[in-house]
Design a protein around this ligand. Structure first.
Ligand SMILES: NC(=O)c1ccc[n+]([C@@H]2O[C@H](COP(=O)([O-])OP(=O)(O)OC[C@H]3O[C@@H](n4cnc5c(N)ncnc54)[C@H](OP(=O)(O)O)[C@@H]3O)[C@@H](O)[C@H]2O)c1
Length: 313
């Protein structure tokens, strides 16, 4: 019997039954047990989101850690993460699909003045504003990985002039101009009017969006973050919006989640707040990849999407 220690970040492990059903339909002789249970200590596999720090190290027969999400910062923030066990992350096209929908929703809402029209409707004003065109709004996509590429291509198909930024040079075809590295960052920041962050959280991307970076964006820019909260200096963002330098922001991720009651973002109407739901892990679409990674590891092989621990993503 193969034991999979499960934790989804909630004390109740709300989705454990769903995952157990999906995985037992694909793998023989497995059982899911809560990561917190004493018998989880003999687990072969960990299937986890935000496990308590230090807990995975206590699983002394562990052969594979599977992140229940595409990001892995929730694992690498644990200083006791076992370093001899491979970490696999989800790479689910369904998540790229969902996340691109969220970005498109946020960007088009801004382009077409959704907030102003909702306010007018609440006041029963039937007023029009001049219609803005996609061509007037060059868009920067920071992060051109599994998700960022899909976003970039879909925004280009909607008529936006899209530019992309990554660590290494990337070619996304003729319709998308790409940059990389520090000089590329400065160029893209200063030339776009909408900025979409879909980067992994690493030492290099922490606090990337600082007061200086917001100041370097053209006046009236819009900022969208679906990466991680710690990539943004929140005070600097709030200040850039309050002073009117930025037109506003749509945020799905925050330094502290859930966003505390007292956080000033709640009072800033030009900041749209979403509770980390841009793309949720879907066991129906992700179970194939998880089952495949487990069976490859049990057979002594190397599964796809092993995370590079030095690079951090
Ligand atoms: N809000 C949500 O619901 C939600 C859901 C899923 C994921 N996410 C977030 O989205 C992130 C990205 O996911 P993914 O699957 O697209 O990741 P991925 O496939 O690993 O792609 C990461 C991209 O970021 C680039 N990058 C990394 N470090 C960089 C740096 N220092 N400078 C410039 N570019 C850098 C990479 O550059 P290279 O191409 O050169 O490697 C790559 O293009 C996740 O880590 C997670 O934080 C959020």
């Amino acid at each position: 019997m193969i034991t999979i220690a499960y934790h989804d970040g909630t004390p109740e492990n709300e989705k454990q039954i769903l995952w157990a059903e999906r995985l037992t339909a694909r793998l023989k002789h497995i059982r899911l047990v809560p990561l917190s249970a004493p018998h989880a200590e003999n687990a072969d596999i960990a299937l986890v989101w935000r496990p308590p720090a230090g807990r995975l190290r206590q699983l002394n027969q562990l052969r594979l850690i599977v992140s229940l999400g595409q990001g892995v910062d929730h694992l690498f923030s644990d200083p006791h993460l076992p370093d001899n066990v491979p970490v696999v992350r989800l790479v689910d096209p369904d998540m790229s699909h969902a996340l691109s929908h969220w970005v498109i929703l946020a960007l088009l809402d801004h382009l077409r003045d959704g907030p102003a029209y909702r306010l007018a409707a609440a006041e029963r004003r039937f007023d029009s504003l001049p219609q803005r065109q996609t061509a007037q709004m060059p868009v920067a996509v920071y992060g051109l990985g599994a998700i960022g590429r899909v976003i970039a291509h879909r925004l280009a198909a909607l008529g936006f002039a899209v530019q992309g930024w990554s660590r290494r040079p990337r070619d996304l075809g003729r319709s998308i101009h790409t940059y990389h590295g520090e000089q590329g960052f400065q160029n893209i920041v200063s030339s776009c009017r909408a900025h979409i962050c879909i980067l992994p959280l690493t030492a290099h991307t922490t606090n990337l969006f600082s007061a200086d970076v917001f100041a370097a964006m053209p006046a009236g820019s819009y900022f969208i973050n679906a990466g991680r909260g710690h990539q943004v200096e929140e005070d600097a963002l709030l200040n850039a919006v309050r002073t009117g330098h930025l037109a506003g922001a749509a945020l799905d991720v925050f330094v502290e989640e859930p966003l505390p009651d007292t956080h000033p973002f709640w009072k800033e109407t030009r900041i749209a707040i979403w509770p980390h739901v841009a793309a949720q892990t879907n066991p129906d679409t992700a179970a194939d990849q998880v089952a495949q990674a487990i069976s490859i590891v049990l057979a002594g092989g190397q599964p796809e999407h092993i995370v590079d621990k030095v690079r951090g993503y």
